[in-house]
Design a protein around this ligand. Structure first.
Ligand SMILES: O=C(O)CCC(=O)C(=O)O
Ligand SMILES: [Fe+2]
Length: 255
């Protein structure tokens, strides 16, 4: 097996997903909403059906608007969709994508066969909406039983600019240790594990510019958070988490 690659906290891969793959993924998500809501939320379901009749930019913008509508009208439903949508449509294509397989093999090395994938989730960042944002955190604190973790985050429906466009922020070189944290739980919102360290004071922040099709890989201990959002058009993304608790490793993302 090839030598493992070391990712120093995070890595941006341009044009990681091809456009047709991404198009299918995006349409699949809206189709999921259409089906999921058909009995219980008729108006939303019909709206999703209409969105599916559009194409290109019109489709993508209407898809964002649809998610915005769901979030506004029914926070419970929105949270349910965010957590469960990937259950129902195939994410396997992305797992089995050649480039993804290569990165996972390079990163996990001999632990490749022990990888467990967590259910991907949809993430939404809208102006003046804090409930669905993440404060600074480390994924390693959410998966303490897994020695290795690689997380893949990619925007859908639109590009995300590098600053105040609701993307991701990384603490440069903030991947070398695990910090103690404070647990915060609120309704219809992601659990927060906020490190007991002033991240901004200790690290330089970096928010990458990512286009549709680009993907960001980051390791378990990498400090990151949701960026501020000043763009009136919300940002939508997905994250897929690959974990291994293999004992048989001579490599750990902590140096
Ligand atoms: O997309 C976001 O706002 C934060 C995402 C995040 O923390 C993650 O994917 O692990
Ligand atoms: Fe995270």
């Amino acid at each position: 097996m090839k030598k493992k690659i070391k990712i120093k906290g995070f890595l941006i891969k341009k044009k990681f997903l091809n456009k047709s793959e991404l198009n299918k993924f995006e349409r699949n998500l809206i189709n999921f909403i259409y089906k999921f809501c058909i009995k219980s939320h008729k108006i939303i379901s019909n709206r999703a059906k209409f969105v599916l009749s559009l194409n290109g930019n019109k489709f993508r913008l209407a898809a964002i608007k649809l998610l915005e509508l769901i979030e506004k009208k029914d926070k419970d439903l929105f949270y349910k969709i965010s957590k469960n949508c990937a259950d129902f449509f195939s994410i396997d294509r992305i797992d089995n994508n050649k480039k993804m397989q290569q990165i996972l093999k390079d990163f996990f090395g001999t632990s490749f066969d022990t990888i467990q994938r967590r259910q991907p989730i949809m993430l939404f960042n809208k102006k003046n909406l804090d409930r669905l944002k993440y404060s600074w955190h480390q994924e390693s604190q959410f998966y303490p039983d897994h020695k290795i973790g690689l997380h893949v985050w990619f925007p859908i429906f639109r590009d995300v600019k590098g600053k105040s466009d609701g993307g991701m922020v990384f603490a440069v070189n903030g991947y070398k240790k695990n910090y103690k944290f404070t647990l915060v739980n609120s309704k219809n919102s992601w659990t927060q594990k906020i490190p007991k360290i002033n991240v901004e004071k200790n690290f330089k922040s970096f928010s990458p510019n990512v286009k549709r099709g680009d993907a960001i890989f980051f390791t378990g201990p990498q400090l990151h958070k949701s960026d501020d959002q000043f763009n009136p058009v919300p940002r939508v993304s997905f994250v897929i988490r690959y974990l291994s608790n293999s004992k048989n490793i001579n490599y750990h993302p902590l140096p």
